[in-house]
Design a protein around this ligand. Structure first.
Ligand SMILES: *Cc1c(COP(=O)(O)O)cnc(C)c1O
Length: 454
């Protein structure tokens, strides 16, 4: 990595022992060299979208699956049983290492349902929530995958509400209406955090409401500490993807479900192998879902077909490597906070010749008064020209690319943040769309660029 020596020195003086996971800087640099050879020739700043897997994860995985036999878990052979055990151990590890549940009794209150990712986990709740007499309220500044749950809630405006502040959502007129609240623990576009505290406040106000938490961005660099609050104040359903935390495997995520809330989820429509106890062969057709009811394992009802068992083994290897290289998620949090502090300060100090700022940083959840936690390690920003006009994101991305930086630009799957940062109304968005524009194209409205720290 080539960075001006004076910046490096200033940074290290400031960062103290929180930087480099408690290692000395040379040892840390050595890890980067051996574990991430692909990063030598570029400055990769898109870790919040996907972080590269360290080499040791790949070698450990290759060793493990070539020396031990793992096989399809739905059987009683020794390899199948070993695979089932490894999968169950991994569920416990996820709760322990990523969600702060170190006590086995506390873990027993939760279940982990494997999915193909955070989006699939959010969709699972959308598909299985009892919408007949229910309402979905979500924060507007959310990732599209969380917003999309509203399409399950129904077309009618009465059953879905996009709001700036859910604490002001009035209780439903009928006490028999069930409310589902959706929000992100950390904004994917700006790093702003609501964490678990916002859930606690929601639950105080709506004790019978259910909370769906999108934790995908938050857990990539922090423990979502479920042990830190009473179970009644904790979210009911929590979605995440593992590649954002440890790089490999892709295509695996989970829905963490509070067992006492799990019974509300109902399977509808399609059923697949592994999720039913008995079916008829001929008409009249019937199918009995697995009897696993609370406190039995909820995941049995929702994991259709064969689990991606080698991916789960890969996750186990990735968590081992993560621990070996970075010690714990708490060390990761401290390390990236030093980078965030430094980068935020340096960007804020950038000035044009006329003294005007070059960078405008964006924040989410402003309507809530203040961030409930220090922001996570994402910087969502726009570049301004000397007249303080926005420089288009395509131009910014081109400049970044030719200078060897890999960043993410554009709408970042978060239309709510886009709208609040640039005062866009739904009419604006409609008009842009009517002019042939979409979330994906290279047109030049003034969209944020985003940089995320390792
Ligand atoms: C990445 C992300 C998602 C989507 O995750 P997938 O892995 O693409 O399913 C959803 N919400 C937030 C906050 C994210 O950061």
């Amino acid at each position: 990595m080539h960075r001006p020596a004076h910046i490096h020195r200033t940074f290290l003086d400031d960062a103290g022992s929180d930087y480099a996971y408690g290692l000395d800087v040379d040892a840390f640099q050595q890890i980067i060299n051996t574990e991430y050879p692909a990063l030598h020739t570029t400055t990769y700043l898109d870790h919040a979208a996907s972080t590269p897997p360290p080499r040791s994860t790949l070698t450990n995985f290759a060793e493990k699956v070539s020396n031990s036999l793992y096989s399809n878990p739905h059987s009683r052979s020794t390899s199948s049983t070993a695979t089932t055990l490894a999968i169950e151990r991994c569920r416990g590890r996820i709760l322990n290492e990523l969600f702060g549940l170190t006590d086995p009794a506390a873990r027993a209150e939760w279940d982990v349902v494997f999915t193909s990712g955070a989006t699939a986990a959010l969709k699972l709740v959308g598909d299985a929530f009892p919408w007949q007499n229910a309402r979905y309220a979500y924060l507007k500044e959310s990732h599209t995958s969380l917003v999309g749950v509203r399409a399950c809630a129904g077309e009618a405006d009465v059953s879905a509400l996009g709001v700036d502040e859910m604490l002001q959502v009035p209780p439903c007129e009928s006490s028999s209406t069930t409310q589902l609240f959706g929000y992100a623990a950390q904004c994917n576009a700006t790093g702003s955090r609501l964490g678990l505290e916002y859930c606690r406040r929601l639950k105080m106000r709506h004790p019978r409401g259910f909370v769906l938490l999108d934790a995908s961005a938050y857990v990539s660099t922090a423990v979502l500490d479920l042990a830190s609050l009473p179970i009644d104040c904790a979210p009911d359903f929590i979605a995440c993807s593992f590649y954002k935390i440890v790089g490999l495997p892709t295509g695996l995520g989970c829905l963490v479900v509070k067992r006492s809330a799990g019974a509300v989820l109902q399977r509808r429509g399609y059923f697949g192998g592994g999720t039913i106890d008995a079916i008829s062969v001929s008409a009249p057709f019937w199918a009995e879902p697995r009897r696993s009811v609370v406190p039995g394992p909820l995941h049995e009802r929702f994991e259709d077909g064969t689990l991606p068992f080698l991916d789960i083994i890969a996750l186990d290897c990735a968590l081992d490597t993560h621990k070996k290289l970075f010690k714990s998620q708490r060390h990761v949090s401290k390390h990236v906070s030093t980078l965030l502090r430094f980068a935020t300060r340096e960007l804020a100090a950038l000035r044009h010749g006329n003294g005007r700022p070059v960078i405008k940083q964006h924040r989410a959840f402003g309507a809530l008064g203040s961030d409930l936690e220090e922001p996570g390690p994402i910087i969502g920003f726009s570049v301004l020209d000397p007249e303080s006009e926005y420089v288009g994101h395509v131009h910014v991305e081109q400049l970044a690319t030719v200078n060897g930086f890999q960043i993410r630009t554009g709408g970042l799957c978060n239309t709510g943040v886009l709208a609040s940062s640039f005062n866009l109304t739904d009419e604006h968005i409609r008009e842009e769309y009517a002019r042939g524009r979409s979330c994906w194209d290279d047109g030049e409205p003034d969209l944020p660029a985003e940089v995320t720290c390792l």
